[in-house]
Design a protein. Structure first.
Lengths: 323, 663
C-alpha cells in the first residue's frame, strides 16, 4: 500500500496536478507517526510512511494548507473523509485546492495497549499474519494484533469513503457499529454514579489542549478558550469542577459537527474517554431528530441548526434529563 | 466612571406588599457605580417619570435601572422618559420585580432578597450597555389574511375598504368556512347563507382583494412591515381563469361516489366538483384521489364537455411569493373528532350525529333538501335527544378543558327550529349548565323552553345504545329529580367541542407567534390587546384565538383589520437597534448563523485581512444586514467561535447578569 501511495503521489507531483502531498512520517519512535507535508519525490521516497500506526486524521491540516497557494494531495482514510466533508460544509477547506485519494482505513494499532503488556524499549512493531512481532531493546516479544487495536477502530462506524477523487484499494460500507454501547451504560447509571464517573475521568485532565488542537471540529480562527474577550481564557479555575467544564464546553461547541473520528481520546495523554461526551450528543441527536451523521455529505442541514416543524418540543428534551 | 441611578417602583401594593422596596433601594444603592437609589409608589406615573428625568439631569446619570414590572409593560415608557432627559434610551435597564418576583412569591424576606438580586443583575448589565440608535424600515402596503371564513372575509373587506390591497389564502376550494355550512343563525334565526354569501361575493368583486382559494401558506420570512410569504396554490386541475362555474362537468362526471365534505359525508359528490352553489370562486376542482382519468388514464369526460377548455389534468402546484406589511390569522375551528366517545355510539349508529351534521341535515341545500330525516332509514324522527358538552369542560384526556361557548345557543336554536317545523317531535336537551350571556341570548333560550316546550334536563347522558328496532336507547340521569332516565330516541345530536384548525400549529411556528396549550393563538394582552399577537405585525381574527360565535367573530375580524390598517397607514416603522453583528476577526465563515437566521439577514463576504506578519489573507466572513435583523439572537447561540454578538444583549452583558445573580 505504502509503495502504491508513494508512486501515485510522485506521478501527481511530476505532472503538476498537485504541488504538495500530505501524509505521515516517522517521529521520534517507530510507532510515532505524525502528519507531514511533502513537496518532492525525494522526500516521499525517504520519509513517507503508511503503516499500522498512521492513524492521525489529516483533514484538519487542510484548513491551513488550502489557505496557501497551490493544490495539495491528501490521503484520507474513511473516517478522515467524514471530517473532510464536514470542514467543506463549514467552508473551512477550499475543495478546489485538494486532490483526495481514498485509502483503506484501520484497524490501526494503539501503542499504549502494547506498552500495557509490559513491553518497553520498543524498536519496531511488525504485523505478521495478525500476530505482532515486537522488536525491543530487550529482545523480541509477540502479542495478538486484535489485542492492540485502537479503541476508535474497534468501534469503527464506517469503511466507506464519503468523498474522494480517486481510490487506492477498495471502498467499504457503513458499518453497524457498537459505538453507543458505553454511552448506554452511562445513561443507565444514576446521576450520582455518572457524575462520579466523569469527575474521576475529567479530574485527570492536565489541560494540555491536545484534544482541542487535534479535533477537526475545532478550527475556530480564535478559540473561545484563547479569546481574551470571552472571559474564560487563561482564567484560573475557581475550583476543580470548573476545570472539568473545559471538556463539557468543548463537547457543546462541537455538538452536531463532531463526526466521531475519535482523535480526542486517541491523543489524550491522560487516557480520558473524551469521545464518550461527543457520542452522547450524537446518540441524543439521532434519537431526538432522526439519524444524522456529521460529514456524511456536504449539503444536508445539521439538526441542531435547522428548525423543522416536526422537531421535538423542548419539554421532551427536558424530561429526558429528569431522573 | 459610570453614574447609575436605581429607581424601585412599589406598583401600589403589587410589588410593595411582597417586596420590601425600601430595603431593595437601600441595598442597590451600595452597588458599584450607583449614585442614586430611590423608591416611589408609581414609577410609571407622570411624577414617577419626572423623578427619573430629574435624576438623569441633576446627577448626570450614565445609566438607569428601573425595578418594576415586566419590560414588555413599561420598558418603552422609561426609554422615552430617559430620551427626553437627554440619555440614550438603550442605557435604561428594567429589573422585573413584579411578574418574576412579587407576584409569584409569598414570603417578604425571600421576595426581597430575590428583588435585590434581580436589581444587581440589571446594574451589572447596565455597566456594559452602550448607546444605540434606531433606524427606520419601510412598510409594504399590502395585507395577508390566512383563512377565508367569515372572520377572514370581514377582515379583508375592512382592510380593502381602507384602501389597501389584501390577499385571502383559503385552503378549501371556496371561501365561506364554517358559516357556509350553517343553516340558521342565533338569536335571530336568519339564514346563514343569506347573510354570508353576499359578503363572499363582495370580497370576490372588490378589486383590492385577491382570493387564493385551494391554497396554503408554505413559508413566512421577514418581520413587521416586510413579510415575505410563499403561498402554495394547490393544483385543482382546472384553469381558474377559464372555468365559468357552469357545472356541466360535475353533472357529467361518471364518478359520483365521493363523500361530500361540504355535507360532512352525509351524501356524495362527483370527482370533479364545486363545493356548493354559492361557492366563491365558483370554479370546479378535480379530486385526484377519485378522478378516473387521473387514476387510470381512462375517462376524460369533463374535459370533453367543458366548452372553454378549462380542464388541465397535468396542472401542477404553483408557488406564489408576495410581500406583505401585515398578516391576519383567521384559521378558525373544527368540531373535535368523536372517535374516542364510544359511549355515545357515534361511530356505530348513523342516527347519532354532531350538531354541525344536523345543520346540513336541516339545510335546504343539504342532503335531504331541508327535510329533517334520519340518516339511517330516511324516516321522520319523533324523539330527538341533544347532548351538550361532548368534549367541552372536560377534565380527562379525551376532551377539552374549556367551554366551547357556542353550543348552548346553537342547541337552543336547533331545538326551537325542530319544534317549530315538526311540532310532533319531542326534543330533549341534556346539559350541565346553560350558558347564555350575550345580547338577546337568554331570551332566546327561554323561548325554547317556555314557548316551544323543549325538555331541558340537567344531567349528563351516560350511554347511548342503538337497538335492533332502529330506536336508540339513551340512558341518562336527571340531576334535579335525582332519577335515572331511559329515553327511546330516533336521533341523538352531540354538541361536539370545538378546537382550533389543525393547520394552526404549523402556521404559528412559521409566524413565530405563541399558542396556548389548546392550540388557540395567544393574544398580546388578554384584556388590552386582544386582537394582536405578541409578534409585531401578526393579528388574530375569529375562533383561532378562542371559541367565538358569529357576531364576536365579525367584531374581532373588524378589530384586527383596524389594527392592520393602523400599521399599513405608516410609511415606515422604527427598527429595533438591538441587532446582531459579527466580529470579523473571529468569524470562521462556517455558515452556522446564516442557517439559523429566520429573517435571512446574514450574508457572507470574502474580505481581505492584514495578518500580523504583514501578509494579507482573504477570509469568508459573515455580514449582518441591520435593516433585516430582528435581534432574535439565534445566530449568537449558533456561532461556534462567539464572533456573533447582539447589541443590547451581548454575551458579556448576559454573563455579567449571570455572574451578578450567582455571586
Amino acid at each position: 500500500m505504502q509503495e502504491a501511495m508513494i508512486k501515485r503521489a510522485k506521478e501527481l507531483l511530476a505532472d503538476g496536478s498537485v504541488d504538495r502531498v500530505i501524509g505521515w512520517k516517522r517521529g521520534e519512535f517507530a510507532y510515532d507517526m505524525t502528519p507531514a507535508v511533502f513537496t518532492s519525490a525525494e522526500e516521499l521516497d525517504s520519509e513517507f510512511i503508511f503503516d499500522d500506526f498512521t492513524s492521525a486524521n489529516v483533514s484538519k491540516y487542510l484548513v491551513k494548507e488550502t489557505a496557501k497557494e497551490g493544490k495539495i494531495l491528501a490521503f484520507l482514510k474513511p473516517c478522515d473523509t467524514y471530517s473532510f466533508n464536514q470542514l467543506i460544509k463549514e467552508h473551512r477547506i477550499d475543495r478546489d485546492k485538494v486532490y483526495v485519494i481514498g485509502i483503506p482505513g484501520g484497524p490501526k494499532l494503539d501503542i499504549e495497549k502494547i506498552k500495557a503488556k509490559g513491553i518497553t524499549g520498543i524498536l519496531s512493531v511488525k504485523n505478521e499474519d495478525y500476530t505482532l512481532k515486537i522488536e525491543t531493546l530487550y529482545g523480541e516479544e509477540t502479542m495478538p494484533f486484535s489485542e492492540a487495536i485502537l479503541d476508535k477502530c474497534a468501534s469503527c462506524k464506517s469503511k466507506k469513503h464519503v468523498v474522494y477523487d480517486e481510490l487506492i484499494g477498495e471502498d467499504g460500507d457503513v458499518l453497524d457499529s457498537n459505538r453507543f454501547d458505553m454511552v448506554e451504560k452511562l445513561e443507565n447509571m444514576t446521576a450520582q454514579e455518572r457524575f462520579d464517573f466523569w469527575r474521576d475521568q475529567l479530574s485527570k485532565c492536565i489541560r494540555c489542549n491536545a484534544c482541542r488542537n487535534v479535533c477537526p471540529a475545532c478550527t475556530c480562527e480564535n478559540c473561545v478558550f484563547d479569546n481574551p474577550k470571552s472571559g474564560i481564557d487563561n482564567k484560573a479555575p475557581a475550583d476543580s469542577f470548573e476545570e472539568n467544564m473545559f471538556h463539557i464546553i468543548r463537547a457543546f461547541h462541537v455538538a452536531g459537527r463532531c463526526t466521531d473520528c475519535g482523535e480526542c481520546s486517541r491523543v489524550c495523554p491522560q487516557h480520558i474517554p473524551l469521545h464518550l461526551l461527543n457520542r452522547k450528543f450524537i446518540k441524543d441527536i439521532n434519537e431526538l431528530y432522526g439519524e444524522y451523521q456529521a460529514g456524511a455529505d456536504t449539503t444536508s442541514r445539521a439538526p441542531l441548526n435547522t428548525y423543522t416543524k416536526d422537531d421535538c418540543e423542548p419539554s421532551i428534551v427536558h424530561e429526558r434529563g429528569v431522573e | 466612571m459610570q453614574r447609575i441611578g436605581v429607581f424601585v417602583c412599589h406598583c401600589g401594593t403589587n410589588i410593595a406588599a411582597t417586596v420590601d422596596v425600601k430595603a431593595v433601594a437601600e441595598a442597590l444603592g451600595h452597588e458599584p457605580g450607583v449614585v442614586i437609589s430611590q423608591d416611589y409608589q408609581y414609577m410609571c406615573s407622570e411624577s414617577g417619570q419626572e423623578l427619573v428625568k430629574n435624576a438623569i439631569r441633576e446627577q448626570k446619570l450614565t445609566g438607569v435601572v428601573i425595578c418594576s414590572c415586566s419590560p414588555r409593560m413599561h420598558e418603552n415608557t422609561f426609554r422615552k422618559a430617559a430620551a427626553s432627559a437627554g440619555l440614550n434610551p438603550y442605557l435604561v435597564e428594567i429589573a422585573n420585580i413584579r411578574e418574576q418576583c412579587s407576584w409569584i412569591h409569598k414570603e417578604v424576606a425571600n421576595a426581597t432578597d430575590k428583588a435585590i438580586i434581580l436589581g444587581k443583575a440589571a446594574v451589572a448589565k447596565v455597566h456594559l450597555n452602550t448607546p444605540l440608535n434606531s433606524m427606520e424600515s419601510p412598510v409594504v402596503k399590502r395585507a395577508l389574511v390566512i383563512g377565508g371564513g367569515i372572520a377572514g372575509i370581514q377582515t379583508a373587506l375592512d382592510i380593502a375598504e381602507a384602501g389597501f390591497d389584501v390577499d385571502i389564502v383559503e385552503k378549501q376550494p371556496t371561501i365561506g368556512g364554517k358559516m357556509a355550512q350553517i343553516d340558521k343563525t342565533f338569536p335571530t334565526l336568519d339564514c346563514a347563507a343569506c347573510i354570508l354569501t353576499p359578503k363572499m361575493v363582495e370580497a370576490s368583486q372588490n378589486e383590492r382583494i385577491t382570493i387564493h382559494s385551494f391554497s396554503e401558506v408554505e413559508d413566512v420570512k421577514g418581520f413587521v412591515g416586510n413579510f415575505t410569504v410563499k403561498i402554495r396554490k394547490k393544483a385543482r386541475f382546472v384553469d381558474e381563469t377559464k372555468c365559468t362555474g357552469c357545472g356541466l362537468c360535475t353533472e357529467k362526471c361518471p364518478m359520483k361516489k365521493v363523500p361530500n365534505e361540504f355535507n360532512l359525508g352525509l351524501d356524495n359528490r362527483s370527482a370533479i366538483y364545486i363545493p356548493f352553489a354559492q361557492a366563491v370562486p365558483k370554479v370546479a376542482t378535480i379530486d385526484p384521489n377519485y378522478c378516473m382519468m387521473m387514476k387510470t388514464g381512462k375517462c376524460g369526460v369533463c374535459s370533453k364537455v367543458c366548452s372553454v377548455g378549462a380542464i388541465d389534468y397535468k396542472q401542477q402546484d404553483t408557488i406564489i411569493e408576495q410581500q406583505y406589511g401585515a398578516i391576519v390569522v383567521a384559521t378558525g375551528f373544527n368540531p373535535i373528532n368523536l372517535d374516542k366517545y364510544d359511549e355515545f355510539a357515534y361511530n356505530q349508529c348513523p342516527d347519532v350525529v354532531t350538531s354541525l351534521e344536523l345543520e346540513r341535515l336541516m339545510n335546504a341545500a343539504g342532503p335531504n333538501g331541508g327535510t329533517l330525516l334520519r340518516p339511517s332509514d330516511k324516516s321522520h324522527p319523533h324523539t330527538i335527544v341533544f347532548v351538550q358538552c361532548v368534549g367541552s369542560r372536560c377534565d380527562d384526556e379525551k376532551g377539552k378543558p374549556y367551554c366551547s361557548k357556542i353550543c348552548c345557543m346553537y342547541t337552543a336554536k336547533h331545538a326551537m327550529l325542530i319544534r317549530e317545523k315538526y311540532p310532533d317531535t319531542e326534543v330533549y336537551v341534556f346539559y350541565i349548565d346553560v350558558r347564555t350571556p350575550g345580547k338577546n341570548f337568554d331570551e332566546f333560550y327561554r323561548r325554547a323552553v317556555e314557548q316551544y316546550n323543549v325538555h331541558y334536563i340537567k344531567g349528563m347522558v351516560g350511554k347511548v345504545t342503538p337497538k335492533s328496532d332502529g330506536k336508540i336507547d339513551v340512558q341518562a340521569s336527571d340531576l334535579l329529580a335525582n332519577e335515572q332516565l331511559h329515553i327511546d330516541a330516533d336521533m341523538v345530536v352531540l354538541a361536539a367541542a370545538i378546537e382550533p384548525d389543525k393547520t394552526a400549529r404549523p402556521l404559528a411556528t412559521m409566524l413565530t407567534t405563541q399558542m396556548d396549550t389548546n392550540d388557540f393563538f395567544t393574544e398580546a394582552h388578554p384584556k388590552l390587546r386582544p386582537v394582536e399577537s405578541a409578534t409585531a405585525g401578526i393579528f388574530l381574527s375569529g375562533a383561532c384565538q378562542g371559541p367565538k360565535d358569529i357576531p364576536e367573530t365579525v367584531a374581532q375580524g373588524s378589530a384586527a383589520a383596524a389594527k392592520a390598517i393602523g400599521l399599513l397607514c405608516k410609511n415606515s416603522i422604527t427598527c429595533n437597534p438591538c441587532v446582531a453583528h459579527s466580529d470579523e476577526l473571529m468569524c470562521n465563515g462556517c455558515s452556522s448563523c446564516e442557517k439559523v437566521c429566520p429573517y435571512g439577514a446574514i450574508t457572507y463576504i470574502d474580505k481581505e485581512f492584514r495578518m500580523p506578519d504583514r501578509t494579507t489573507k482573504v477570509r469568508r466572513v459573515a455580514s449582518v444586514n441591520p435593516a433585516v435583523c430582528q435581534g432574535c439572537g439565534a445566530c449568537t447561540v449558533a456561532c461556534p467561535s462567539g464572533a456573533m454578538d447582539l447589541n443590547g444583549f451581548s454575551n458579556s452583558q448576559i454573563m455579567a447578569e449571570v455572574d451578578a445573580i450567582c455571586k
